[in-house]
Design a binder for this molecule. Sequence first.
Ligand code: GRF
Length: 216
Amino acid sequence: MSMVPIVILASGRGSNFEAIADAIQSKKLDVEIRAVISDQPGAAVLTKARVRGIPGICIPMSKEPISLEKRRLAHEELILSQLKSLNPKFLVLAGYMRILTSRLIEAFRCDRGYSRMVNIHPSLLPAFPGVHAYSQAFNYGVKVTGVTIHLVELDLDSGPICAQEAFSIADCTSSAEVEGRGLKVEHRLVPEALQWILKEEFKFERREGRFNVCQS
Ligand code: GRF
């Protein structure tokens, strides 16, 4: 069984990292996590990775008094130089709270035209892009929200959608309740979707100017 090498980028708690690592351990996901990279020195995900014997690498963003764009680019160069030796086929963004530039996204673009980067977003995109999507959904008053797994493109949370699952929040009384419900969905859906996405078992086709992913 060939294992797809990945690196996970994450900024915080790491519950999706754990769901992915558990799925690998129970042989439901043919993936090898070569490292977890975080921009946050105190991120719980780094400890969770190291406990499992997976390198947890911290690459903080510099606080130099230069433009945000320049700091982002410098940060991504550091990430890319770490990735050289790790040589992952895909990057998986699991709660990575940084906006990426074209430098990193283009470095993972493949011949079929998409970038080999997957993001987990806690809403039914294109609704509620950006941060705190579970709170956004709760505060807006929608009765149904969900989880989206998508390929990464330059515009925030805009890339081709691979998998989505909706759930009802009509009876939720707080955004924490929405998040609790959502995380359960994420932890099941993420490994399931990664199993076919990372093996590139999908058709990638243009429909009315937009690229779409369909599981094949
Ligand atoms: C998840 O809700 C994910 O959808 C979002 O950030 C959160 C990360 O949670 N992108 P965790 O660090 O995986 O626990």
